[in-house]
Design a protein around this ligand. Structure first.
Ligand code: MTE
Length: 322
């Protein structure tokens, strides 16, 4: 993100692939009783979170399915996906996250669920994710800075988790908070943004089948620079909506003010839908630099996901609600 002041996919569902590295260390710690946190123990598909025998837990977590989501475009190299990042808590340089984020303690990790929702409480990643089948979703990612990637994420649809948590009828938005770790995050000593990094989605956006809570990419757990252990992926929006290293998910009545809106509301709006027709005040959004490619390519409306999401914004003036 540039700071002002400082200037069609469908594959079959049952193509299972082993995920050798997923959560093995966590499984061991878990069996030893380390890293377990308070949980309300909600269940899904017959799996009782926090109460599984090890064998059963492993069977759940060692595989992911290759989902239907694949734009059939060349994937950005693993080196670039994990080496060219925005994660300002670790610095504003693109290489800072890869350099410094290994200091982030990601295990154990607790996500607080709060607000207008039945199952409030503190959840380990396992409690949130394990009852669901991990999927691979290959998505385009378009940064507001006009570069883009194609990334094979692993994760679960946010909608599935929201359904288990059972928001009340008053919940109109979902708000996400990132970790703030003094001592582990060298970037938070600088007033680049107001920490914690906060993001939000309208409930229908959060429930859209494209919206993913990701715990991995390229078949492995997320690295800290990509937002380990759990982050949001919203492929039709600019990348800054994809909040990393989530520690809190709140269900709220009012539209939350995001960190980027607070910092420069004229430049970074709440909706942040990829839109080649609405320029950023300081640069055009009509085209983008795909990392690894030589020539710029035109930017697609909703990053190419219009068929799935355009209905969410019908009747809205997209120049006003940017
Ligand atoms: N989340 C946090 N907590 N801090 C950040 O600085 N940067 C955002 C988003 N999530 C950011 C964040 C921006 S601007 C982008 S483009 C994406 O993360 C980049 O994700 P990536 O580095 O995994 O490609």
């Amino acid at each position: 993100m540039l700071i002002k002041s400082r200037k069609n996919w469908q594959l079959s569902e049952n193509e299972a692939t082993p995920l050798s590295t997923y959560k093995t260390r966590r499984d061991v710690l878990r069996t030893m009783g380390i890293g377990a946190v308070a949980s309300v123990g909600i269940t899904s598909a017959g799996v009782a979170s926090g109460l599984l025998g090890l064998g059963e837990a492993r069977a759940e977590s060692l595989s992911y399915i290759k989902s239907a989501y694949d734009p059939n475009e060349a994937q950005t190299s693993h080196n670039a996906v994990t080496g060219y990042n925005n994660y300002y808590e670790f610095g504003t340089g693109k290489e800072d996250p890869a350099k410094y984020a290994h200091a982030l303690t990601t295990d154990p990790w607790v996500v607080e669920v709060a607000g207008e929702v039945k199952h409030t409480g503190s959840y380990s990643i396992e409690d949130l994710i394990r009852p669901h089948q991990l999927e691979e979703r290959i998505y385009r990612m378009r940064c507001v800075e006009a570069w883009s990637m194609v990334i094979p994420w692993l994760g679960v649809p946010l909608a599935d988790i929201i359904k288990r948590l059972e928001p009340t009828s008053r919940a109109k938005y979902v708000m996400f908070h990132t970790a703030v770790r003094h001592g582990e995050m060298p970037g938070i000593g600088r007033p680049v943004l107001s920490w914690p990094y906060v993001e939000g989605l309208r409930m229908d956006e959060a429930m859209n089948p494209l919206t993913l809570l990701s715990t991995g990419l390229y078949g492995e757990d997320l690295l800290p620079q990509n937002g380990a252990p759990i982050r949001l992926v919203v492929p039709w929006k600019y990348g800054f909506k994809g909040v990393k290293s989530i520690v809190k998910i709140s269900f709220v009545e009012e539209q939350p003010q995001t960190s980027w809106e607070k910092s420069a509301s004229d430049e970074y709006g709440f909706f942040a839908n990829v839109n080649p027709q609405v320029s950023h005040p300081r640069w055009s959004q009509a085209s983008e630099r795909r990392i690894g490619e030589f020539r710029r390519r035109p930017t697609l409306m909703y990053n190419g996901y219009g068929e799935e999401v355009a209905h969410l914004y019908s009747g809205m003036d997209l120049a006003k609600y940017y």
